[in-house]
Design a protein around this ligand. Structure first.
Ligand code: PLP
Length: 463
């Protein structure tokens, strides 16, 4: 978005807000709220200085964690609504933004082929998953929930929190839930819910949702899809020539609940997760009353179907507005943004596969590429050492690259590279999240630069 367009509309939102506040009888803000300009100026300078210490998340050379700035469209709507500060807990606190939330959530539901789901936004994916796990516990109180050993770490913590028994299912060499192991678990344990991860946080692996859904039907279990990271990739799984394996994505509509993080691939600032339930009658489980709220309307207050109380109406406004600008479509809107990310990952994986300096850990299923530089000896310690060095060197290179590290069981790495000596239980490799479409046009250059750096590092290690 052109910066002048952004500032023009930002100014318009400030003016609109001023007009809105002037539409009521005039009043004088209390003098206790005043702050003098010197203080503002000094604090502002310090703020800008401190913020400058962040890594450049916006830049294509930042291929580290799952981080990027929100789209300016989202910031604009967030700011416009934040001036009012609606609370989407209840229609009392956020009538306009609650409606926007319902519309945006319905859009996301339609993307997954849910007809009339029950759903709402949350502070993030963790709380959204907590709600799905809690509903799973209410429906099958004495049965276990299972997820793969690559599932997000918060599942274990949330299960402990709500006293839900769980079990981990081993994953295969690509980081997907192993279906034979799942089947064995189902024969030996009472399992109520299977969590399928659509885009694991480490390797970006997509569990075989289609197989999981079929087995769940056979055993009478529920399926929850944790699509916090990969959910929006469902857009690319439509039609022909998908750029990714569409089969698991096409089974998502058969899952009982879905979590997706608009603050990851949905262009939003942090504070925007989403949980959806296919069967709206699970709303009964949330049943409660509030002595303070739910008064202005008999319509559904979002607080009546969520575990959190206060939530920023501005988050809903930002998502709603972003979906107006970038509809959930394959060929326009959000689709082409995701395509850029996916193509960057495919291009890079192709380059690494034929490289003598870099090695791929597993074929990327989405936009996360895991790799390591050529070690002096093919051992877990050797790989960890060159990966650590690469991480440090890349950040200090003349054209810096910001990478992230990932610890993987050495046994998993040996499935692809049987020659690795397992002199440590875990091996550190590098993990690159290509979640910006600009990576596509930069990745070949980055690859050459990282290869060059790998050469330097191996000759250093050799000596
Ligand atoms: C990021 C992520 C989560 C946690 O979501 P937050 O928004 O960070 O709370 C859960 N599951 C998966 C697969 C994720 O990628």
């Amino acid at each position: 978005m052109d910066p002048s367009l952004f500032s023009r509309y930002l100014l318009r939102s400030i003016e609109a807000h001023e007009r809105w506040t002037r539409s009521r009888s005039p009043y004088v803000p209390d003098s206790s709220l005043e702050v003098d300009e010197d203080r503002i100026a000094a604090a502002f300078d310090e703020l800008m200085h401190r913020l400058g210490e962040c890594y450049p998340f916006f830049h294509p050379s930042y291929i580290g964690q799952m981080l990027k700035p929100p789209h300016p469209a989202a910031m604009l709507a967030y700011f416009a609504a934040m001036q009012i500060n609606p609370n989407n807990h209840a229609l009392d606190g956020g009538p306009a933004t609650s409606t926007m939330e319902k519309e945006a959530v319905a859009d996301i539901g339609r993307m997954f082929g849910y007809d009339a789901p029950l759903g709402h936004l949350t502070g993030g994916g963790t709380v959204a998953n907590l709600e799905a796990l809690w509903v799973a516990r209410e429906i099958h109180p004495d049965k276990r929930v299972v997820f793969s050993d690559q599932a997000h770490y918060t599942h274990r913590r949330m299960c402990d929190l709500i006293g839900l028994k769980y079990m981990e299912i081993p994953s295969d060499a690509s980081g997907r839930m192993d279906i034979d192991s799942l089947r064995n678990a189902l024969y030996s344990e009472e399992i109520g819910t299977i969590v399928a991860t659509v885009g694991t946080t480490g390797l970006g692996a997509v569990d075989p949702v289609h197989s999981i859904v079929a087995i769940a039907e056979e055993f009478g279990c529920r399926v929850h899809a944790d699509a916090a990271y990969g959910g929006f990739y469902t857009l690319l799984a439509r039609g022909e020539a998908c750029l990714l394996d569409p089969v698991p994505f096409r089974a998502i509509p058969s899952c009982d609940s879905i979590v997706i993080d608009p603050h990851k691939h949905g262009l939003q600032p942090y504070g925007c997760g989403c949980v959806l339930f296919r069967d709206p009658s699970v709303g009964m489980i949330y049943h409660h009353d509030s002595p303070y709220t739910y008064f202005t309307s008999n319509d559904l207050h979002l607080g009546e179907i969520s575990l959190e109380c206060s939530r920023a109406g501005a988050s809903a406004a930002a998502l709603w507005f972003s979906l107006r600008c970038f509809p959930l479509e394959r060929e326009s809107g959000l689709g082409p943004i995701l395509r850029g990310c996916r193509e960057a990952a495919i291009t890079w994986a192709d380059l690494i596969r034929t490289s003598t300096e870099l090695y791929i850990v597993t074929e990327p299923m989405l936009d996360i590429v895991t790799w390591f530089p050529r070690p002096v000896t093919m051992s877990a310690c050797g790989i960890s050492l060159v990966s650590e060095k690469m991480f440090e060197h890349a950040m200090r290179a003349p054209a810096p690259k910001f990478l992230s590290k990932f610890r993987i069981p050495t046994a998993k790495l040996q499935m692809r590279y049987p020659e690795i000596r397992p002199d440590a239980e875990d091996t550190t490799v590098l993990r690159s999240v290509l979640m910006k479409p600009e990576h596509r046009s930069h990745i070949s250059t980055f690859h050459s630069e990282l290869e060059e750096l790998a050469r330097v590092i191996s000759s250093e290690c050799d000596q």
